[in-house]
Structures are given as structure tokens and as C-alpha cells.
Design a protein around this ligand. Structure first.
Ligand SMILES: [Zn+2]
Length: 225
């Protein structure tokens, strides 16, 4: 009987210890600096100059006619994007906004690894900045599926997710009612990293071209039979 009692006490002790450890890990994660970033932006954005975001620290040196020194939804979006130090994975249906294009080019010039996944139909329309990105040497892949690649999300440094209804166009930023959620919650960021990785591999031109080559080889083989 005392032996059984001892076993029960030890068992309860082990359970209590493991629960305490889990609680401690949870608390450490909650209190970790930088984790708590959660922000929601609504559009249309107030129209203001964003030059100071690209060329700090001279916030008022620009002489354009737009309001200066005004923080807007769009300037917040740009700041989050430009916070990238190692990588930017961008998955967006429509990309024609020149300020956003400039931000991506700035990141590329800083040595940030930029990957862009977009829709093949929209990439070809007038005003699309996809060609500009490609010319700058940024790795771009177009979704080759039969349905629209309608995502609008970006993952910065594998830890910051920017997602919502906003296409990367001037109309969406300045005229439409849109929302953007910005978060560092790992439970939300992780699935987007996984989805980007899946789509990136799925739309690898080498894979796509090799399947086309295989089909052509099959056709030629049949023709020569
Ligand atoms: Zn200005």
C-alpha cells in the first residue's frame, strides 16, 4: 500500500513538473521581445508624401506638393516592408504600385533575398511592375494554374506576416476600402511560409518546362511511330 501511495505521489509530481515547464515556456514565448507585434491597417490611405521613408533622416527636405510628416496606413505598410533584413517572400495578385515596387527594389539592393510569386495574367498587363522587378534581377515566378493566384500576402524575414484584401495597386491604396493585418504570431505566420514554399516549388519553371518537354517528346515519339 505505501508503495502504491509513493508511486501516485511521484506520478502527480511528474505531471505537476511538466505542466509547470509548459507554463514557463508559454510565458517566455509571450514575453519575448518583438513577438507582440499585431497591427491592422485600413484603406483607402490618406495621401501623403512617403519620400522620407525611403531617404531618412531628412523628413521635410522633399519639395513635392503632398502633405509631409504624416503617418498613414500606406506609410506604415512601407515601413513594415522596409524592415526586412534577410528575406521578403511576396505573393500578390496585382502589383502596379510604384512606391511598393520601389520598396522591393530597395530591399533587393540592400541584399535582402526577395522572391515574388504572382498571377501570370495580371503580370502581363500595362502598368504591372513585375517586369521592372525581373529586370532588376529579382526572382519572380508566375502561377501557371488555371485559376487566379489571388493571394495578397508578404512574409518578412520569415517572422512578420502582412496579409489582407489589399492588392499592390495605386487604386487599392488610395481609392478602395481594404484591410491589411500585420502580425508576428508564429501560429499565423507559419502556415503562410508553408503555403509560399508550396506555391514556389509548384511554379518552378524548371519543373513546368520539363513537363512541357516531356509532353513534346511524347508527341514526337507518337508522330514517329
Ligand atoms: Zn514630398
Amino acid at each position: 500500500m505505501p508503495v502504491m501511495w509513493t508511486v501516485k505521489v511521484v506520478g502527480l509530481g511528474v505531471v505537476a513538473l511538466s505542466l509547470s515547464l509548459e507554463l514557463l515556456i508559454w510565458l517566455i514565448r509571450r514575453l519575448r521581445p518583438g513577438r507582440a507585434l499585431n497591427e491592422v491597417l485600413f484603406f483607402p490611405s490618406e495621401i501623403a508624401c512617403v519620400e522620407h521613408i525611403f531617404t531618412p533622416p531628412s523628413p521635410y527636405s522633399c519639395v513635392c506638393s503632398l502633405p509631409h510628416g504624416v503617418e498613414t496606413s500606406f506609410s506604415r505598410l512601407l515601413r513594415h516592408l522596409l524592415s526586412a533584413t534577410s528575406s521578403l517572400d511576396l505573393c500578390v495578385f496585382a502589383f502596379s504600385n510604384m512606391d511598393l515596387c520601389r520598396a522591393v527594389l530597395v530591399l533587393h539592393s540592400r541584399g535582402v533575398t526577395v522572391r515574388v510569386l504572382t498571377d501570370k495574367d495580371y503580370a502581363a498587363i500595362t502598368g504591372s511592375q513585375i517586369g521592372v522587378l525581373r529586370k532588376a534581377g529579382i526572382c519572380v515566378r508566375c502561377d501557371v494554374g488555371s485559376v487566379y493566384m489571388h493571394h495578397k500576402f508578404a512574409v518578412v524575414d520569415d517572422q512578420l506576416l502582412i496579409t489582407g484584401s489589399l492588392n499592390w495597386t495605386l487604386t487599392a491604396v488610395q481609392s478602395n476600402m481594404e484591410n491589411v493585418l500585420i502580425t508576428k504570431e508564429p501560429e499565423l505566420v507559419r502556415p503562410f511560409i508553408k503555403e509560399f514554399h508550396r506555391l514556389w516549388l509548384h511554379n518552378d519553371p524548371a519543373r513546368y518546362l520539363s513537363s512541357v518537354d516531356q509532353k513534346l517528346a511524347h508527341v514526337f515519339t507518337r508522330a514517329s511511330d
